[in-house]
Ligand binder design. Structure first.
Ligand SMILES: CC(C)(COP(=O)(O)OP(=O)(O)OC[C@H]1O[C@@H](n2cnc3c(N)ncnc32)[C@H](O)[C@@H]1OP(=O)(O)O)[C@@H](O)C(=O)NCCC(=O)NCCS
Length: 137
């Protein structure tokens, strides 16, 4: 996913000098009860990962309280795509969200990522808002 971001948005993403994600960061995720880390394995090899977290709207008067699950990232190895792996992981995310009495699942997707946008649409995700950017020269 990092490589995909670098390729399409080179002015925003760069190749890290060391590991993109420190071991301490991953340990924190693994032990965080607010986080669901899923992997899919094929022949003992990890071929997909999904990282999700519980969230809630800020407690401000004009917003209705809402609990949700944010999918922070989902990636499937290119060799096993279009076989329902991501759909199966998202089903587990959905079950977890229901257990935590969440009303919805949220996910950010970049405009360039047509494959991910189609995948999301297939699963019933709809755009909620649009983030606009105007470069300054
Ligand atoms: C997006 C991604 C996670 C989908 O994983 P996947 O395991 O291939 O998805 P699934 O097999 O469960 O696809 C389910 C459905 O989504 C749609 N879909 C998935 N990938 C698609 C693609 N490249 N083009 C069009 N539709 C697609 C199809 O309707 C598909 O059903 P079908 O194969 O029967 O037609 C995978 O392409 C990926 O890892 N991409 C790189 C990382 C990334 O972009 N992550 C998402 C960030 S939001």
């Amino acid at each position: 996913m990092d490589e995909l971001h670098r390729r399409h948005l080179p002015d925003r993403f760069r190749r890290p000098r060391g590991h993109a994600r420190q071991l301490s960061y991953i340990r924190r995720l693994v032990s965080d009860p607010q986080t669901l880390l899923l992997v899919a394995e094929l022949d003992g090899e990890v071929v997909a990962i999904a990282n999700s977290g519980l969230g809630a709207t800020p407690d401000i008067p004009q917003k209705r309280p809402r609990r949700f699950v944010q999918v922070r990232g989902i990636v499937v190895d290119a060799r096993v795509r279009r076989q329902g792996v991501a759909t199966a992981l998202m089903e587990q995310v959905r079950a977890w969200a229901r257990r935590h009495r969440c009303r919805e699942i949220q996910l950010n997707v970049y405009q360039f990522n047509t494959a991910a946008r189609r995948f999301c649409a297939t699963l019933g995700f709809e755009p909620l808002n649009t983030r606009l950017v105007r470069p300054l020269r």
